[in-house]
Design a protein. Structure first.
Length: 182
């Protein structure tokens, strides 16, 4: 009976399944942590908005002249805008942190898979019949091209995230300046 080359054994399959379950658990926990953070942020924002709204309403009831009302209107907008900007920035930070953690895990998985494919190609080359080195070189080249494409995609995503973060910072600054200027 001939030995079938490069078939994974039961231990390898069990290890691969355990790794997949572990990765799924990590993604689920990361998502739950982000949801918990967002829920806490939303509750705090709602509580703060209610408290600030009550304070402004009580202060508005004490106004006596049209000049006081006009000044109060101009002064009361800025804290609200700053609060919304801070809230938006916090939501962005939570989402960005979760995405970075998941992306890091996926990158590690991709790197591990690429190493296994390379190792399988080398093992295949050692037990392959004469003349199959061209096909194995094509597989290696395809893996290298995949790695390069993944690296390029990762770089582009990081650049887009940096641009988005800079735009959020500029928009925040502009919103705060606009309310201070009134």
């Amino acid at each position: 009976m001939a030995k079938t080359p490069n078939l994974p054994n039961v231990e390898e399959l069990a290890a691969a399944n355990a790794a997949a379950i572990s990765n799924l658990e990590t993604v689920a926990n990361t998502a739950l942590e982000a949801i918990e953070s967002l829920a806490a942020l939303n509750l705090n924002f709602a509580r703060e908005s209610l408290n600030n709204g009550s304070k402004r309403a009580n202060a508005a009831l004490k106004l006596k002249s049209p000049q006081d009302i006009a000044a109060f209107g101009a002064e009361s907008v800025q804290p609200g805008v700053e609060s919304v900007v801070a809230y938006s920035r916090s939501v962005y930070d939570i989402a960005n942190g979760a995405a970075a953690e998941i992306t890091g895990m996926l990158k590690k998985q991709f790197d591990d898979m690429a190493k296994k494919v390379q190792a399988a190609a080398v093992a295949g080359a050692q037990s392959a019949p004469f003349g199959s080195d061209v096909a194995l070189a094509a597989v290696k080249q395809a893996v290298d091209a995949g790695n390069a494409a993944y690296a390029d995609l990762t770089k582009k995503v990081q650049e887009a995230a940096a641009i988005a973060q800079a735009n959020v910072a500029k928009a925040t600054e502009a919103a705060v300046k606009a309310t201070k200027g009134k």
